[in-house]
Design a protein around this ligand. Structure first.
Ligand code: NAD
Ligand code: GLY
Length: 370
């Protein structure tokens, strides 16, 4: 039986464990049982993940005498919206969900964000457990309690902070993940090195390719290092009044790129983050804050693992710097009209910047749009 790495996110009464290991789906029942208010759970998944893993999870819960039902939603970012939130909540109410019922989000960040949000509002709040099955959700979205949906005004503009009761990250589920999705999650993994852990980024420069090719030890180290880094930041600043904003490295640019595509799926969230991180480093270098060779290293590494580093050609999308800046102005991180950027003084030295001239931002966008 493979070893479990247990990390703890310390948040007083909202504290929880993050469990990382191989084959954890088959042990989910015994692992979840101690945190359940009653032995009743509803698994929510999507129609890509359910055929692969729902039955195993059900069996494992049944083995621990947990009564379990399920809801399966369409896969994809477009499910993270008001319509599917309403549908999910109505289906849960049809199933007579109770205050002691725990929702289990089985899937990637889309399912995790949507289910977490539904859990935060249904019956004025019930418990949920994250069972992340993408690299992105294992290193980032399942930890920290940000839940929500996209609206026509932009990404994640409606949501709640609602911490899960437990995170169970089974590394073996990554084996079935399409390569592009794995790479998208890799963009967020490398982000932790770029924020404050230059050693981790240097390790990824060596180990990144084997991690993507399936090396489970490299995956374990990457997921545990990322979750540890995120848990430390969230424990200090749960509601993003300060330091947590660092986790948004690349996201001001990235969310604008995603919004411009209308969340059509042609640009994955992690791909947009990779481009956004390169743009944040380009902006930092342009402002004389970051050595250009560090910016070049970031660009080279993302490119080497097959991630886009500039906005790609997408049918029907005409990248326009002013429209992208318009999207940034609608971001929830805008304060007194000023757009927040996470910039860097070098690899592993990210910081929050609120006084950046839009002419510099426009110049970086123009230089990156081919
Ligand atoms: P996703 O949930 O859409 O999953 C990607 C695709 O992979 C989907 O088609 C899904 O069905 C499929 N899939 C999932 N697991 C699989 C598996 N093991 N095998 C085969 N296919 C599988 O996308 P994602 O990249 O996991 O998450 C992106 C979302 O996460 C975005 O909406 C983003 O805003 C959000 N996010 C949230 C936070 C947060 O803190 N809450 C942080 C980062 C990103
Ligand atoms: N993904 C950014 C955060 O959780 O704060």
């Amino acid at each position: 039986m493979s070893e479990i790495d247990t990390l703890h996110l310390a948040l007083g009464e909202r504290s929880y464990d993050i469990l990382v290991g191989g084959g954890l789906l088959d042990r989910a029942g015994e692992l979840a049982l101690p945190v359940l208010k009653s032995p009743g759970a509803i698994i929510v998944s999507d129609d890509n993940v359910a055929p692969l893993y729902l039955e195993r999870l059900r069996q494992s819960l049944a083995g621990a005498k947990i009564d379990c039902r399920d809801v399966v939603l369409p896969a994809g970012e477009q499910t993270k919206n008001f319509r599917h939130l309403e549908e999910l909540i109505n289906r849960l109410l049809d199933m007579k969900v109770e205050r002691g019922t725990t929702l289990i989000a089985l899937g990637g960040g889309v399912i995790g964000d949507l289910v977490g949000f539904a859990a935060s509002v249904i019956l004025r709040g019930i418990d949920f457990i994250q069972v992340p099955t993408t690299l992105l959700s294992q290193v980032d979205s399942s930890v920290g309690g940000k839940t929500g949906i996209d609206t026509r005004h932009g990404k994640n503009l409606v949501g709640a902070f609602h911490q899960p009761r437990l995170v169970i990250a089974d590394l073996e589920t990554l084996d079935s993940l399409p390569a592009a999705e794995l790479r998208a999650g890799y963009a967020e993994t490398a982000k932790y090195g770029l924020i404050n852990d230059a050693g981790f980024f240097a390790w990824l420069e060596d180990a990144g390719k084997s991690l993507l090719d399936g090396d489970i030890d490299a995956r374990r180290r990457a997921v545990t290092t990322s979750c540890r880094a995120k848990a430390d930041i969230v424990a200090e600043d749960e509601r993003e009044t300060g330091k947590r904003a660092l986790l948004n490295l690349g996201h001001t640019f990235g969310h604008a790129l995603e919004a411009e595509t209308g969340f059509c799926g042609a640009l994955l969230h992690g791909e947009a983050v990779a481009i956004g991180i390169v743009m944040a480093f380009e902006l930092s270098a342009r402002l004389g804050l970051c050595p250009p060779q560090d910016t070049a290293r970031v660009r080279a590494h993302y490119s080497e693992v097959g991630l886009p580093t500039d906005p790609p050609a997408i049918e029907g999308v005409d990248w326009n710097p002013d429209r992208l800046i318009g999207h940034m102005s609608a971001d929830k991180k805008v304060e007194a009209g000023a757009i927040t950027f996470i910039l860097a003084r070098g690899i592993g030295e990210a910081f929050i910047a609120r006084d950046i001239g839009l002419d510099d931002v426009r110049a970086v966008l123009e230089s990156c749009i081919i």
